[in-house]
Design a protein around this ligand. Structure first.
Ligand SMILES: [Zn+2]
Length: 237
């Protein structure tokens, strides 16, 4: 582990920025999860990974937090808060946050769609970009690779996953693959090498329960009321 950490953002090409503008009208304030698991597994088991080194990506069940200020990461304080949240899983687990917008990642920027500690185990993704069929998997893979210790690769020519501007290339060099495999985030068990990721949606307000959940809540309330009545009658359960 390096003695310092820093953040790196993923930039948008001009054409992609135009797409972002198109999507802006459909964006909600809440973050939402798109795991891109299949694409991540393609990236982290691509040609160059030996058979025994191919990495399985394992997602925990989706969770959420409610924090209206964090649906848009727009300054250092937001980023620091996201990294210090009590619910974050300790390394070797990756905490993958899905937010509405990222306007800050180490420096003010209007064109950042992902942000990650390098190395580290916290990253944030713009929800609508993570859901983008063309770029979502590469966005998640790029930020995950930052957590795995990779820095940006220059020149920014669209030939590598770690170019600072997002592209459709998810290629990694032999040196990058060696660095990834040295990360403590890459674990191993009887099934082989794997990385565990906790997906977390950042919500602006507490979600309204679905009808099925309402039924459970009502049932829970009934049980609580029943217990209270039992206690009043001096009964034990
Ligand atoms: Zn980056």
């Amino acid at each position: 582990m390096k003695a310092f950490t820093f953040t790196l953002g993923l930039r948008l090409a001009a054409a992609a920025a135009a797409l972002l503008t198109l999507q802006a009208s459909a964006m909600a304030a809440d973050g939402y999860v798109t795991t891109n698991e299949a694409k991540l597994e393609t990236i982290f088991s691509q040609a160059g990974f030996a058979a025994a080194d191919k990495i399985d990506i394992r997602f925990n069940r989706e969770t959420s937090i409610v924090d209206a200020a964090l649906t848009t990461i727009d300054d250092a304080a937001d980023w620091t808060k996201l990294n210090g949240l009590a619910g974050n899983l300790a390394s070797p687990m990756v905490n993958m946050y899905f937010v509405d917008k990222i306007l800050w990642c180490g420096d003010p920027s209007l064109t950042t769609i992902g942000c990650a500690k390098t190395p580290g185990n916290v990253l944030a993704l713009d929800s609508s970009w993570a859901a983008n069929a063309t770029y979502g998997g590469n966005l998640a893979g790029h930020e995950l690779a930052h957590n795995l210790s990779l820095e940006h690769l220059l020149p920014d020519d669209g030939s590598n996953l770690m170019n600072p501007t997002i592209s459709t290339s998810s290629k990694l060099t032999a040196g990058q693959i060696t660095a990834i495999l040295a990360s403590a985030l890459v674990q191993i068990d009887g099934a082989g090498k794997f990385i565990t990721i906790q997906p977390i949606a950042v919500l602006g307000a507490a979600p309204i329960p679905e009808p099925a959940e309402w039924a459970l809540l009502l049932l829970g309330g009934a049980v609580v009321a029943g217990v209270a009545r039992s206690r009043r009658r001096g009964l034990r359960t």
